[in-house]
Design a protein. Structure first.
Length: 290
């Protein structure tokens, strides 16, 4: 991968708090990079990033989440980042679940809480369905393909970028999706560089999930200004499918900006949920300034 991309990657990693440790976990599908922060004896929290974001994208959330949990932010194998495909081919959703089994094993985690954003939300929810006994609590941040598909207009906008990615096209797409919602400039640079890497592979994806069997405590936060889906309609569907889950809409945030621009609100709600308070409550919206 390009030196320019990794310079952008390292720039985001430098914004993580002092004491962040880098770990490489061997798996049958290749070595996996994990950024770890927080007291080692605290409850474990595994963070799964959105497509093209890498584990470094949790830089704004790590300080608060890592104050009360041992945070493990994973570079999802098959996407851009410092995880490398080697060994068994990673092709199917089942391969991805087996890979995440190996990551948790390599970290010494029998069980953990999972938090995923966007594509990482799909991975987290799929894993909770795959290995429910290993997932103590599940937090999903504007997840894709969990409670419904993509808006047709979003897919039409994304298609030129996917078919022939250029820095201009990727940047324009991100600006369109996140207009006025505060996407971090360092993150934007990493995202654009990652999307335009030569020879970049595609992350493993699958069909829209049926989350109804999820029985562990679940938190779902939707970005009110997301262009990926209709946040209110998708939140209503999440409430119907998971009536015991806590479901909220954060009104001032876009899909890509949710973890960083909304870090204070997101971290507060996620920590309340992880600590067991305000659980099992479904509300229409969270109090986030426009």
């Amino acid at each position: 991968m390009s030196e320019t991309f990794f310079a952008a990657y390292d720039a985001l990693l430098a914004r993580w708090p002092a004491g962040t440790a880098e770990q490489t976990v061997p798996t049958p599908y290749g070595p996996t990079r994990v950024h770890a922060y927080g007291p080692p004896d605290s409850p474990p929290l595994v963070l799964l990033h959105g497509g093209g974001a890498t584990g470094t994208a949790w830089f704004a959330n790590a300080p608060a989440l890592g104050a009360r949990h041992r945070v493990y932010a994973v570079d999802i194998l098959g996407d851009v980042g410092r995880s490398e495909r080697a060994g068994l081919p990673l092709r199917t959703p089942q391969d991805l679940m087996t890979w995440l089994d190996a990551v948790l094993d390599g970290l010494g985690l029998t069980t953990a809480a999972l938090c995923g954003h966007s594509y990482g939300g799909w991975v987290a929810a799929a894993y909770a369905l795959h290995a429910p006994r290993r997932v103590q609590r599940l937090a999903l941040l504007d997840p894709t393909q969990v409670f419904g598909g993509y808006r047709p207009g979003y897919l039409l906008r994304a298609l030129p970028m996917l078919l022939r990615p250029t820095a201009r096209r990727v940047g324009a797409f991100l600006d369109w999706e996140s207009a006025g919602t505060g996407v971090d400039e360092d993150f934007k640079r990493l995202y654009v560089l990652g999307a335009t890497l030569r020879g970049r592979g595609r992350p493993v994806v699958g069909h829209t999930l049926d989350p109804a069997p999820l029985a562990m405590p679940v938190l779902v936060l939707f970005a009110g200004r997301s262009r990926v889906h209709d946040a209110e309609a998708t939140a209503d569907r999440a409430r119907r499918l998971l009536p015991r889950a806590r479901v909220e809409v954060l009104p001032g945030l876009g899909h890509h900006a949710l973890p960083t621009a909304g870090a204070a609100a997101v971290d507060t709600i996620v920590l309340e949920f992880l600590d067991g308070s305000a659980c099992g409550v479904s509300s229409a919206s969270a109090d986030v300034p426009e």
